[in-house]
Design a protein around this ligand. Structure first.
Ligand code: GLN
Length: 357
């Protein structure tokens, strides 16, 4: 083992990635054999390999190691590679703990198949920092048409849902959607979800807690008012009862209006209902959902362009766990492809029915 480790050190000093990978593969395979043979495959060996090989750890090496080391060894080799990935992210301590687990798993004679399946997913999960390997869990709030709404079967549908599925497909990931209140989306990232896609506006405040993908849609707030309302300018909103959805940019704007009586709702539609019932004077909500609500109740309400109220332009992006640059890069690469091959425009046409401005 020492000899191989020496070779690895020598090669890793250079920039030859192919060689590094080859040595890493040999190293992983040897480690697996050593671990299984029970002759010196100690925690120390595995964790020092984990530290040294951290920069070229990956599923490819795991796969190759599994092939050359054979079925039974695959589990341990994969576990070792998974711990390399952990070393990359979590530092030596967690790598040591994980390598210990790998050793124990091998010693306990855990079935190669089960170990392999577990390790493969944790290796993948490590690469993109996903909660579950091979799966992208996206949070949304399906009350924001046309971006997300309840489909006929009760499942979330809409532009964002189609977009995230397309992104997942390009990244080779299964997409699963978690529905929750809009206000809970950011806190759920990293524990319940991997990302949030919910017509979410990029704001400096949110950027303190999450990273964002490239923007995929331009937006602005609109003002919904009763059909016979005289509200037409920013001045007219002063001192009014204004509804908005909790935790949204619309609610941030409403809170700033002089003399306002702000009313926050979990769903924009609940605010719209109160507007129709005469309980509030106006609703501030994003332009596209405003248009959908106005077209649903054309006799009762109308939507006024935000520009007339001096609202700032906004843009939507996918929120991702802060610091997970690999997932941001993967999502951005997929988004770029989706734009370039015309899929994006098709989705806009299908779900939004207008050209993006
Ligand atoms: N774009 C708004 C925001 O990000 C509203 C989003 C929503 O209600 N889904 O705050």
């Amino acid at each position: 083992m020492l000899f191989i480790w020496g070779c690895f050190k020598a090669v890793s000093g250079r920039e030859n990635i192919m060689k590094k990978e080859l040595v890493s593969v040999i190293l992983s395979a040897c480690m697996a054999v050593t671990l299984l043979a029970g002759c010196g495959g100690s925690t120390g060996t595995a964790s020092s390999a984990a530290g040294g090989a951290a920069d070229n750890a990956g599923a490819a090496a795991a796969g190759a190691a599994a092939e050359s080391a054979g079925e039974a060894e695959a589990g341990a080799a994969d576990e070792a590679v998974a711990s390399e990935t952990a070393a990359d992210e979590g530092g030596a301590d967690s790598a040591e703990a994980e390598s210990k687990e790998a050793t124990e798993a091998a010693e306990e004679g855990e079935s190669a198949e089960a170990a392999e399946a577990g390790a493969a997913s944790s290796a993948e999960a490590g690469d993109l920092g996903l909660l579950e390997g091979g799966k992208l869990i996206a949070g949304t709030n399906a009350a924001f048409p046309p971006f997300e709404y309840q489909g006929d079967d009760g499942n979330p549908e809409g532009f964002d849902m189609a977009l995230i599925k397309e992104i997942g497909a390009r990244m080779g990931l299964e997409v699963s959607i978690e529905e929750m209140e809009f206000d809970a989306l950011i806190a759920a990232i990293g524990t319940k979800t991997d990302c949030a896609i919910a017509g979410m506006t990029v704001t400096d405040e949110r950027k303190q807690n999450v990273d964002f993908s490239d923007s995929y849609y331009d937006a602005v707030q609109s003002v919904l008012v009763p059909i016979d309302s005289e509200i037409a300018t920013a001045d007219d909103l002063k001192g009014k009862i204004i509804g908005s959805q909790l935790g949204t940019t619309g609610s941030f704007i409403a809170a700033e209006i002089e003399g306002v009586d702000p009313r926050e709702y979990n769903k924009a539609l609940d605010a719209v209902n109160d507007l129709i019932n005469g309980r509030i004077d106006a609703v501030i909500v994003d332009r596209n959902p405003a248009a959908v609500f106005a077209s649903k109740y054309p006799e009762q309400i109308k939507s006024l362009e935000g520009a007339g109220f001096g609202f700032e332009p906004e843009s939507y992006a996918i929120a991702i766990k802060k610091g997970n640059s690999k997932l941001v890069e993967g999502v951005n690469a997929a988004l770029k492809e989706i734009h370039e091959d015309g899929t994006f425009d098709k989705l806009v046409e299908e779900y939004i029915g207008e050209a993006e401005e």
